[in-house]
Each structure stands twice: as C-alpha cells, then as structure tokens.
Write a protein that binds this ligand. Structure first.
Ligand code: SF4
Length: 316
C-alpha cells in the first residue's frame, strides 16, 4: 500500500524550530504513523522569517480581531504574515492526505489556544492564526492536533479519515456518476457507524447525477459532508449496530455455534469486556471464508479501513 502523505508542524518531527530552539517530537507520529506516511514539515513562524531562537508570540483580542503579537511588544504583529503564508501553502495541501498541528501554538494550534484580553488575562480559546486559515479553506482535509493523538479513539478516527480521504484524492471518484456512487456504497458501514443521518443525506445528494457538468460540484459537496460525518467518533451502540448488520450476511453460512460465538464477542464489546477489534476480527475471518458470495460486503471500507499493523480499534 502506498504511503500516506501528511503535512506536519515541523517541531513535532523533532526539528529544532521552536521559539527557544527546541522541538516537540511526537513519538507516535514519528515511530508508528511514520512507518506508513511521508511527512511534509511546515513551520510558519520560521517561514515568515521570525528566526530561531525568537521571542514567543501570543494571541490577543483587539478591536480589529484576533492578532498574533510578540509577548514583550504588542506592536510587533505577525498576524498578516502568518495568514499570507498560510494562503501561499494552500495549493501544496491539495497533495496531502491530512495535517497534524502542534497543540496550543498561536500559529499552529487547531483549537483551545489561549486568547488574551486587554489586561493580559487569557479569556477564550481560539485557533492559531496559520491553522485557522488552513482549516477555513480546506474544511475537508483531515486535521488533528498533537495533544489529542494520545486518545485511542481520536487516533483511530484520524487515521480512518486519512485513509478515506487518500482514496478520494487518488482515485478521483467525482469523475463519473458510477465511480461516485460506487465510492459512496463502499463507505456504507463506516458512515452508518459514524453518522447514520449523514449516510442517508449523502445518498440523497447522489440521487440525481444525470447532469455531468455538475458532477465535480456535487462531488465536492459530498466530500465535505463525508469528512464532517467521519469526524464524529462513533458511539458504542452504533458500532454494535454495524457489527450486527455485517454478521447478518453470514446467517446461512454459519453453524449455530459459530453464530453464538460471534454474538458473544459483540456482547462482550458492548459490555466493555473486550476491544472493538475482537468482534471485528471474528467477522473478518468469516468474511474472508465466505466473501466470494458477498462482494458488496468485501468492498466495504469498514472491513479494511487502514493497515492492521497500526494496532487500532483497540479501545475497550
Ligand atoms: S508550533 Fe508551528 S510555528 Fe511553532 S515551532 Fe512548531 S511548527 Fe513552528
């Protein structure tokens, strides 16, 4: 499988680009995801010429909106330069599958960055100036920040989005009605798990694709809806519902004992006794044994969402 291509805040890769000349190497990124991804580093503060080391900046609330300024001298304002740099980077981001941002940074932070009032007191949370431009202009791009990549559910969710978006980006399914509908069909159980209403809504969006001149625009709307739905971390009940749907395919193929054994593993997952991967692995086993009879199921992204060696789907 071809490697992912992921944009990353440079300091997370161990590059010594922080204001104090240090870095914030993220072990999971470099040691685990790095096996499956090529990284494209971006440090907006260095890119706009702030130098290393440099005075740190912070976000302040002003009459003209949120500004990123030097912590010692608020007249040194880097907001416009950071925004301009972000806009210059946007075309390059059409060739990546996602972006990992450094948490808490007034430039790179995805959310919950401190925003100071006129009295120097942090009042609200905001996004970093650079990150905000990226997320506004590429709302479909899978984006996550470093601090959240310690939560198993969020890691799984992010990796899932990376691979779905990579498939979209590389196979370009919006080029014909058939490929768009096939793509949506493959996401059925994944979407049912994340957001059933979105699955229905997106299906309706693809209901009339006769006008070829509108395919790209519809595909664009579809992508935004899809990536928004996949941001939702699936609830346990929705996961169970999908497991039961998948099991339904094998009703005729399985003995009573086999069915009882799968049901038991689903119940154990529901009771938080085993991780999600346990019933999924059982279902995959039977899917491979009997899969030639169920091509629709075998094509589902849900069965093979990302490389198994990443060891995801493990939260109990
Ligand atoms: S958080 Fe962003 S701006 Fe700050 S050092 Fe890391 S890459 Fe550079």
């Amino acid at each position: 499988m071809e490697k992912l291509k992921i944009a990353v805040s440079s300091c997370l890769l161990g590059e010594e680009v922080r204001f104090n000349g240090g870095h914030k190497r993220h072990r999971w990124l470099t040691h685990t995801l790095g096996e499956y991804a090529d990284f494209v580093p971006y440090c907006p503060e260095v890119a706009i010429g702030m130098g290393i080391p440099r005075n740190p900046i912070r976000l302040i609330q002003t009459d003209s909106g949120t500004r990123a300024v030097d912590t010692d001298d608020a007249t040194r304002d880097y907001t416009d330069a950071l925004r301009d740099y972000a806009e210059s980077v946007l075309p390059e981001l059409d060739d990546v599958d996602g972006y990992v941002l450094m948490q808490g940074s007034p430039s790179c932070g995805m959310e919950r960055v401190k925003l100071y009032n006129r009295h120097g007191i942090p009042e609200k949370n905001a996004s970093g100036i650079y990150a905000e431009v990226i997320m506004q202009h590429r709302p479909w791009l899978p984006v996550e920040e470093s601090g959240r990549l310690t939560d198993a559910n969020l890691v799984e969710n992010f990796v899932q989005r990376l691979y779905v978006y990579r498939e979209w980006r590389t196979t370009r399914p919006w080029q014909s009605a058939k490929t768009l509908i096939d793509f949506h069909a493959r996401q059925k159980y994944l979407l049912m798990m994340h957001d059933y209403a979105a699955y229905k809504r997106l299906g309706q969006l693809l209901a009339d694709l006769k006008d070829k001149s509108r395919l790209e625009a519809i595909g664009h709307d579809y992508l935004e809806g899809l990536m928004t739905a996949l941001k939702q971390v699936p609830k346990r009940g929705h996961r169970v519902n999908v497991l039961q749907h998948v099991m339904g395919y094998f009703k005729q193929e399985l003995s009573d004992k086999e069915k009882a054994s799968i049901r038991r593993s689903i119940e154990q997952y529901q009771a938080r006794e085993v991780p999600f991967i346990v019933p999924v692995a059982m279902l995959k086993h039977y899917a491979y044994l009997h899969g030639d009879r169920f091509p629709y199921l075998m094509n589902q992204t849900f069965l093979n969402p990302y490389p198994e060696a990443l060891g995801l789907r493990n939260p109990i």
